[in-house]
Ligand binder design. Structure first.
Ligand code: NAD
Length: 468
């Protein structure tokens, strides 16, 4: 696996490759590419065995829209370069799905497994204080979300810390997304990135011209999928693809071993086992293998890396056998590996589209926090009344009763989660369609370069409008 500095190099090389398909000036291209600022912080926390010093970062890659948006990662391998690469990806991702955010990212160099929940809370609150006082957490300027090693709990501690510092800010809850639903979060945010992965794969399989050239047949049902990383994103993607699209999850790779079953793993059962034991060893859902990473090269229809960056590099790219790779993780394929895979005629749905579901639903959560009212609240009863009237009119005119099943569905209307999923599906479909069109119209060989082109063009227009 490559070092983190190569992740930033890879991201920059992908940007440079896409620039040839735009007509923006070299000066503006550089302005868009470079990270605006990175704040490094070393802070002390008094824990039961003494004072510990932690290092964290918050990078703002772009402020062409504010707030800047991006997750906070807890990972002992994190570094400044990694955070800067991830912040750049956030900028492009937000541009592709057309949410009005700049790009940001944060990380804390810590192994969360080494600390108790109470300690993690104390560390998180201290980290948040440092970022809040510099407006690096702020509803109008910089809004974090969960990423590797963080989740709803950490986000609710951050929101609480912000509210304590600014008790009269009526929009305080919008300072962070990915909060638990009972603390201002949005139902559907925790599943959103995995859900977005499912939606984009569905969209890919709606376009014969995209799946047939790489040797894939119609329909998702029965497709063999190998997935790496069984955390928030990997688990949800695998679960939805299995339960709702009849895919076969034939391999799940974790950091400490893989689970294999050519007939398909029951994802929820595997998750229950893994949560309890912390390993797949002994799980009756399949065969356990220690050498997890080698299964990235197994024969399958779809490979979904959903763990960390640079897991596919020059060392294993020539051996990859999947027909389609869907980058649920950020940056799982190095620049050089990307070139090799494209020559091997493997389709790749890039990270800046594939995992954009998280920031899409974060956008809904942020908007909901600022509106102070749940989606659908005002119109739900009005819509139900209109449907009742329509059904009564149809029944009167035809003299026939509408089946109860259809009546109930019409009158029940949409819950908030229905609306969230509908909005997410729409954003993901539209993003994919626009990127594939840009690929065709500009004779761009791959989806990633087309996605970067769209993002760069939109950001350039945005800078242009402010006179840069
Ligand atoms: P997570 O911490 O919930 O899960 C990551 C999982 O990967 C963990 O189970 C971990 O044990 C596993 N893992 C780590 N190293 C591994 C290895 N070498 N081999 C196999 N498994 C390994 O994190 P997540 O939120 O699911 O994020 C996963 C990826 O998706 C990251 O690249 C992240 O940046 C990206 N992402 C996450 C979100 C989100 O909403 N959480 C949004 C967009 C992108």
């Amino acid at each position: 696996m490559l070092a983190n500095k190569d992740f930033l190099n890879s991201t920059n090389k992908l940007f440079d490759k896409a620039i040839q398909y735009t007509d923006i000036s070299p000066g503006l291209a550089k302005r868009i590419k470079v990270c605006n600022s990175t704040y490094t912080i070393n802070f002390g926390v008094k824990l039961k065995d003494g004072i510990h010093t932690f290092t964290g970062w918050r990078s703002v890659h772009s402020e062409h829209f504010e707030p800047a948006k991006g997750g906070i990662r807890y990972d002992i391998a994190s570094s400044q370069k990694e955070v800067e690469a991830l912040a750049a990806l956030m900028t492009y991702k937000c541009a592709i799905i057309e949410v009005p955010f700049g790009g940001s990212k944060g990380a804390l160099k810590i192994n969360p497994k080494n600390w108790t929940e109470a300690e993690i809370e104390k560390i998180t609150r201290r980290f948040a204080q440092e970022l809040i006082k510099r407006d690096l957490i702020n509803p109008a300027q910089n809004v974090p979300a969960p990423d590797v090693g963080t989740g709803a709990k950490e986000m609710s501690w951050i929101a609480d810390e912000y509210r304590r510092i600014f008790p009269t800010d009526i929009n305080a809850l919008a300072c962070v997304t990915g909060k638990p639903p009972q603390k201002g979060g949005l139902v559907g945010r925790s599943e959103a990135t995995g859900r977005g992965v499912q939606y984009i794969i569905r969209e890919f399989f709606r376009h014969k011209d995209d799946y047939q050239p790489v040797g894939l047949k119609d329909g998702l049902a029965g497709k063999n999928i190998a997935i790496q990383g069984f955390g928030n994103v990997g688990f949800h993607a695998a679960k939805f693809l299995q339960e709702e699209d009849d895919c076969k999850i034939i391999c799940i790779m974790e950091h400490n071993g893989a689970l294999l079953n050519p007939k398909g793993i029951n994802v929820q059962a595997a998750k229950n086992f893994y949560m309890q034991k912390g390993t797949f060893d002994g799980c009756s859902e399949g065969v356990f293998k220690e050498d997890s990473a080698s299964f990235l090269c197994m024969k399958c229809d779809i490979l979904i890396p959903a763990a960390l960056e640079n897991v596919i590099d020059m060392s294993n790219a020539p051996d990859i056998q999947a027909k389609l790779i869907v980058e649920a993780a950020n940056g799982p394929i190095s620049f050089e590996a990307d070139e090799i895979l494209l020559k091997k005629n493997i389709a790749i749905i890039p990270d800046i589209m594939a995992n954009a579901g998280g920031v899409a639903v974060s956008y809904f959560e942020w908007v909901r926090n600022l509106r102070h009212i749940r989606f659908g609240r005002l119109e739900k009863r009005r819509n139900a009344y209109q449907f009742e009237t329509l059904i009564a009119a149809i029944e009167t005119m035809t003299g026939k009763q509408m089946p109860e099943k259809f009546k109930d569905q019409l009158i029940e209307g949409s819950s908030e989660i229905d609306l969230v999923r509908s909005g997410l599906d729409d954003m993901i479909r539209e993003a994919y369609q626009k990127v594939r069109l840009a690929k065709i119209e500009n004779s761009i060989p791959d989806l990633r370069t087309a996605a970067y082109k769209i993002a760069i063009d939109r950001i350039a227009i945005s800078y242009d409008s402010i006179g840069l």
